[in-house]
Design a protein around this ligand. Sequence first.
Ligand SMILES: [Fe+2]
Length: 585
Amino acid sequence: MLILGINAYHGDVAAAILRDGDLIAAVEEERFRRIKHYAGFPRDAIRSCLEIAGAEAGDIDAFAVSRDPKAHLWRKGLFAIKNRPGMALIRDRAVNALSVRNLAQACAQSLGLDETEVAARMHYVEHHAAHLASSFFASPFDDAALCAIDGFGDFVSTSTGIGRGLCLAIENRVFFPHSLGVLYLALTQFLGFPKYGDEFKVMGLAPYGEPSFVEKIRQLVHVGGDGELSLDLSYFNHWSGGMTMTWEDGEPEIGRVFTPKLEELLGPARQPQDPLDSRHEAIAASLQRVYEESAFTVLRALHARVRNPRLCLAGGCAMNSVANGKIRSETPFTDVYIQPAAGDNGTALGAALHVWHRAGGSRRFEMRHGYWGPQFDNEAIAAAIDARNAEVARCCNRSRISSEQHLCDWTASRIADGLVVGWFQGRMEWGARALGNRSIVADPRRRDMRDIINVRIKFREKFRPFAPSVAIEALDDFFVGAVADPFMIQVYPVRPDKRDVIPAVTHVDGSGRLQTVSRESNPRYWALIQAFGKLTGVPILLNTSFNENEPIVLTPGEALDCFLRTDMDVLVMGSHVLEKTGRSA
Ligand SMILES: [Fe+2]
């Protein structure tokens, strides 16, 4: 049975394909369209999934969509009657609902199928059920407590419940307009980060500040001991229609969601071009603190209800890796599973898994690695280099190293020399993080490496940390209380005596958003890290996504282009190696 999961007309649209319950491919549309967080219809992601599965569009038995326009209709109606939201909001939501209802038509047109046949095979899965399914049905757990926290989807911002075997039950929901995701979004906008998905920048800024605004930010949100949460809506306008949302083709945009009252509380909002000062850092620190307090209260209430030590977490807020790393110390949960596409991209996977299990399909899939996208063989890589041969010949030495051990040893020595290496291997990562197949890697021991990469390649905010990829065998040697995480989605403290050993991947508060790499999850990347460890005594690499203010590179041509237009030193693609001439640390 072939099930195609789709997240469409939302941020981070994506597709995933299951064959008899096993994941075959999963990929975000942004990688193809080269527009971050691409919204609209995932045309190319669907085609890619079919290609990887070796299937035709006509082979698809079920289309699983991670939205259900019919969900909570009476609540939506009641809200509209009681609150009379503005026309802009009503129009925006109506257009979006219509797009989702017309998905059968969009799929049929895109895939050359009959619309009636597609409609007959279409399954609409409530957005939060898809979030929860994306985690639980990909986890190793037979039973677990479930929680999804996001901005909104199908009128819900938080859902909690229980998963057992093939069954997933949502027991509690927090409905629009109350939302921890909107709280984080409002303060992210307030701090001068206006783009969709900028919340992680505020999370990176938070450790620089003192949480001196905690009492004030607590006024924005109340979470009861039972996990019920509510916003003080006088600080927000997402519910009254004073904002706009764009989910058409292109980058999603969300208008300002806070009211002038927030500036009365916290002082003037920062404009994007303004410098960051200590007040901004303090607000970021306070927001992170209040978010964590609130999320942990929701999780403790969930645990009290279901009495299960295992937690599956999803939703955009599950990308808050700082909070994720504290769950085991701040709540009774002892095991936590979060798959790498915890945001709305992951709902494509969740919808497909939900439909499979609702149909009685067995639990046979567990996501142990994040490599579910397209791959390119050495011939395709060679062709991409040949296509720009003159340019390459002018600035690079070109070679090929067929032995994997030799390739890893050579690359590790260049990294230890202080060079910055583009590392392009195997299947592209699923989710927001580069996990060693589309990564830029460098020496974590060099204090200046963060600035070097920022100035020469990434051109991003200086306060943002870089992450460590650590050989799983060395996890406890470098981190405190950490658990294996192949998806780089939890932050843990670096051991105090190791912070000076790996300064380029130790954040200002002594933490690191680590990725554990094992021989099983990624043999070649593990071999590279081990080779670097053998050379330096530190089996850790600085790992940042292979891109430059764009979605992570997908093809060898895009990787080559990024290599040539930035000041990267070395590019390793498959067994092909390019080294810019005259480079040394
Ligand atoms: Fe969501």
